[in-house]
Design a protein around this ligand. Structure first.
Ligand code: HEM
Length: 504
């Protein structure tokens, strides 16, 4: 929540009076609807107080246990529906998919995405269909993902070298840092190319974007308040951040244009080159202008890097806490790759248990615990309740993934559970949707999984991992950090011991 200095308090309370009028109007409009249950909203703040003291996905799970699988909260000015069961998420994401196929776009996201010009936050309609098709068919197709294999393999080899030197002198390896490093390196090279200068500037700004994008702040919760916009520094920060990212992309685009004549050298095209080609050739009625190119590139980076590093760190965290699972996963990897000096992607398809480890990690630690918010496009009925047009809709995938109604021993890390069931993340098993479902389901699933599988296999093949000193597996800190993605709060620190390729 934004911090307000004391001299703003008076101004803040005058906003509150204006907002009461708004809320009163809103409630009158909704009085003929059978709205989902929820705690009684307080004047002005609505139910914001219900989220204090706990991370949103946890607080929302607790409220759903009290009020039911479809819950209505008034978060500031925003009526918000939370779905926390298979039935509720199926209705929203599939049965009535088209009615929930838009995204809400608050003031901060509007600035960061140039008015929703990318794929992730554009409103449902012709433009979104056009850019989504480009994503699915051109940027994130299986063929394109395969074309990036050499980049992935090169970057995981760099990862091994980067761990090996400090590890051999007994230094602790910060798994958080190495996960971010490999995720950023692969993503930068595939998205904007290997000749990118100053990648650190880009990475830093994108990290700021993830922090600014969470949506749980006063400016986004009271979007009609001009006064809050005036006094909060958040939107200025978002503007500065957006400008720096766009200036960086302008430079890269300039360099790409200069190099264009030397293309066709057999090197796989990075996603920016693909988009620039589409931009130059585009004869469709809906043009992909340069701002769209930059916004889509932002989506690719934000979608790709953060989900990758977060999941890799959680996977290592669960493995170090579960010795049996670590041993089983390492035995599988080492038997299959025995004698190999590097991990090749072609071998990974044969790793059954490793895939189960990744699936189980995504169940307990979905990088987007509330998916990406949807917006209700027309009033409709879900589970016998009316969902008002304009409401923000969240699906609490984190809660569904840990619900004892759907999972045996839900809090335990047991990859084997997926060996005996057909439950998969392809968007049709509603107890398990780490990539979402329906029209707005993640288009980057194959890309994300290819990155994750190779990086995790590499870490398990080349090193044995140990907790430092007398830290016991059960003492590993599992707290989550606040933000749009489910990051681990404190970094995982481990000793790494090099495993010799010849020994199994
Ligand atoms: C472990 C990896 C990943 C996970 C768990 C993940 C998860 C998700 C989820 C939950 C959504 C929202 C789906 C919905 O509303 O139903 C989403 C949307 C999206 N993801 Fe991913 N994602 C991953 C990797 C990627 C990658 C690698 C990219 C691209 C490089 C990507 C690009 C996108 C885009 C562009 C959207 C918005 C789609 C739209 O609104 O039409 N994601 N992702």
């Amino acid at each position: 929540m934004d911090f307000l200095p004391p001299y703003y308090t008076l101004i803040f309370f005058s906003i509150i009076i204006l907002l009461s009028t708004f809320l009163l109007k809103h409630r009158t409009a909704s009085k003929n609807l059978r709205l989902p249950p929820g705690p009684w909203p307080l004047p002005i703040i609505g139910n914001l107080h219900c989220l204090i003291g706990s991370l949103p996905h946890r607080a929302l799970r607790d409220l759903s246990q009290q009020y039911g699988p479809l819950l209505l909260l008034q978060l500031g000015e925003i009526p918000t529906i939370i779905a926390s069961s298979i039935e509720a998420s199926r209705e929203i994401l599939t049965t009535h998919d088209v009615k929930f196929a838009s995204r809400p776009i608050g003031p901060t996201i509007r600035i960061l995405t140039a008015g929703g010009k990318g794929v992730g936050f554009s409103s449902y309609g012709e433009y979104w269909r056009h850019v989504r098709k480009i994503c699915v068919a051109e940027l994130l197709s299986n063929k394109r993902v395969q074309s990036f294999r050499p980049i992935r393999e090169e970057e995981v080899n760099n990862l091994v070298r980067n761990i090996y030197t400090p590890a051999s002198s007994g230094q602790l390896i910060n798994i958080h840092e190495v996960s971010i490093m490999v995720a950023n390196d692969i993503t930068i090279k595939t998205v904007v190319g290997s000749k990118c200068e100053d990648p650190d500037v880009f990475v830093k700004e994108l990290d700021n974007i993830m922090k600014l994008a969470s949506g749980f702040n006063l400016v986004d919760l009271y979007p009609s308040s001009w006064l809050l916009r005036l006094i909060s520094t958040r939107l200025d920060e978002a503007k500065r951040c957006h400008e720096r990212v766009y200036q960086f992309l302008d430079r890269i685009i300039g360099q790409q244009r200069e190099r264009k004549s030397t293309k066709g050298d057999g090197v796989s095209e990075d996603l920016l080159s693909v988009l620039l080609r589409i931009h130059d050739e585009d004869t469709k009625q809906i043009p992909v202008d340069i701002d769209s190119v930059k916004a889509i590139i932002g989506d690719m980076f934000a979608g790709g890097s953060e989900t990758f590093s977060t999941t890799l760190e959680w996977a290592m965290t669960e493995l170090i806490r579960n010795h049996r699972v670590m041993r089983k996963a390492q035995s599988e990897v080492r038997e299959l790759l025995r004698g190999c000096t590097t991990v090749r992607e072609s071998d990974i398809v044969k790793l059954n248990y490793l895939h189960l480890v990744i699936k189980e990690t995504l169940r307990l630690h979905p990088p987007l615990p509330l998916l990406v918010p949807r917006q209700c496009r027309e009033t409709c009925r879900i589970l016998d309740y009316d969902i008002p047009k304009g409401a923000t809709v969240l699906v609490n995938m984190w809660a569904i993934g840990r619900d004892p109604k759907y999972w045996e021993d839900p809090e335990e890390f047991k990859p084997e559970r997926f060996a005996t069931s057909n439950v998969d993340f392809r968007g049709t098993d509603f107890q398990y949707l780490p990539f979402g479902s329906g029209r707005r389901m993640c288009p980057g699933m194959s890309f994300g999984l290819a990155n994750l599988e190779l990086a995790l296999t590499t870490l398990l093949y080349h090193f044995d991992w140990k907790l430092p000193g007398d830290v016991k597996p059960e003492d590993v800190d599992m707290s989550e950090a606040p933000g749009i993605t489910l990051r681990k709060k404190s970094p995982l620190l481990l000793h790494a011991v090099r495993h010799e390729p010849d020994s199994a």
